[in-house]
Design a protein around this ligand. Sequence first.
Ligand code: NOJ
Ligand code: CA
Length: 701
Amino acid sequence: MKRLVCMLLCLAAFGMAEAQRLTSPDGGLSLDFHLSPDGVPVYSLRYKGKTVIGESRMGFRIAPDYEFDRGFEQTDVRFSETDSVWQPVWGQYRDIRDRHKEMCVALCQPSTGWLLNIRFRLFDDGLGFRYEFPVQKDLRNFTLKEEMTEFRLTGDHKAFWLPGDYDTNEYPTTTSRLSEVASLIDSVRTEPLAVRSFTPNLAVQTPLMLKSSDGLYINVHEAALVDYPAMQLNLDDKAFCLSAHLTPDKNGAKGFMQTGSVTPWRTVIVSDDARDILASNVILNLNEPCKLEDTSWIHPVKYVGVWWEYFTGQGSTWAYTANQDIKIGETDYSKEIPNGTHGANTAHVKEYIDFAAKHGFDAVLVEGWNEGWEANFAYVKERIYSFTKPYPDFDVEELHRYAAERGVKIIMHHETTSSVSDYERQMEDAFRFMADHGYDAVKTGYVGPIIPRSEHHDGQWMVNHYLRVVKTAARYKVMVNSHEAVRPTGLCRTYPNWIAQESARGTEFESFKGNRPDHTTILPFTRLMGGPMDYTPGIFEGDLSVYGSNKARLSTTLAKQLALYVTMHSPLQMAADLYTNYEKYPDAFQFIKDVATDWDDTYILEAEPGDYVTIARKAKGKNEWYVGGITDENAREAEIDLSFLPEGKRFQATIYADGKKADWRTAPKDYVISSRKVDGKTVLKQRLAPGGGVAVSIKEL
Ligand code: NOJ
Ligand code: CA
């Protein structure tokens, strides 16, 4: 019967199996699809006549041993197009245009009777495609062995890559040719990290940024990762072919599926101008519209926190006591616990609240407020956290009252050290506790390997977990900032209370010499393609040796730290340094106080991955503009063309620039602030120091 239905479908479609072509609305991109003589689905992508993705196969292997990637016949193809505008709750643009052409190909595999649809969407700046498993008679539940999608590149492109890993994306980015990845990957893997699970074969992570020798910028990632494992990319460095490598569960299963579901979108964003990559909204456009009915409680947050003092090694600790009896196997961890001062004590938190109130910050993050931190540093699960029991010196009621009186919120912290089942058990109580005590934002944390289920951070089970947290939080009107979670894929459109994520090497790595000056010139092209990052900029004291034995040196100048508030988009921004350092440099601190976190418009002025980024943005609902320009280890002159300013008006620009001697290695704190009148005809030429930057605020006169 099943074969008959399928054959009838195929017959009905007789004559339809010829190659299909879809072009982008402006005609610049074209997508070709056909079935090979073996019935393998094959696509390719061209941009302005140049091949971006050569003929690449599609489909799946299904457990235990089904080849769902060949023997297909085409039963239908439908074309449609969309041109609409939508407004995000927060973001880089007030209005986002979704203009694309769509092609949906229906396939059936006569040998099994199984059906598969492939939906392509072509925008002017990129391609998205996904697989859809229609509800059907002969296939219901199935387990993926692998997704077979390929991205066949045309040559040995320059790549900005992280090694394939199922558990972490906190690697430094390596820039090399694809052919060099194999020889470099081992040294990258020795980077100090809390947890790692390398892919068994040569693979890299997404978002992957590529540049071809004929000047094409290509970004490969995914959109709307829901109920599916995150995609790594196998690298065949002879054929320059990338292929999907789904993150497995601990038994090697790649995904538990049911018909009636869809995969995430595979995305290829492309241009011959690097700026277009940063300006692209393809990934957001491929996500579902907002699913929260009421979003009035979601708002941008600028915050300070009891945080950097833990990293600068001044004796401030997350844990309340130095617990004396932690022995695991032969190792006695108790000796390693610093005998410091508990950071999250009521009096100290009040100092932060006072500082936040005085300088107009929305919130104070408090880490180390709750029971369970004694063994955190060793990532052991003998002690679990409580998300409702504060340490005795953290007075929740009093701090809530004190903060509320001053118009400041406290940001909750849920570090799980990946005891995720335990977190799920406590989750409802934890969010109720927050609602009862006036919290409207939480920073979650997943340091360490996943125990007890041995699920990977990027596997399907954890992908579902992160979203479960976000949805639970929404019921309690709480915004979520997840650290060490799977990298984002634009789901903040659908769940705008997922206000930021870390999911890459943040500023914390500066405290252990872990970031390079080019790091933040790459992140906008990689990690930030999927959504905002809680990068925690704003470190003014760049010489970390002032804190004692730690000789680390920040990889940027002070002016570049300011510029990051503009170049690293996030509606959640921290002023991460010790507040005593801000009190030393009140003039530079003014930029952090002023800078907006939500925008009407964004102008990508200059960009080259790994080298420099200059971005201007208009503050939401205000006639104020902010510009950030950053460079890597090389000095350069940024050209800031202000033609985005409205015509016929004059403005006051305040320029926070690197000083004459500024250099991230020798003089990070050398900065100069100047003021001048500007208008839409002004082009500012600003010298950026090695590892330097420039920040500009522009207000109407
Ligand atoms: C890692 C997070 O990225 C960092 O921000 C946090 O302070 C520590 N985990 C402890 O939870
Ligand atoms: Ca982290």
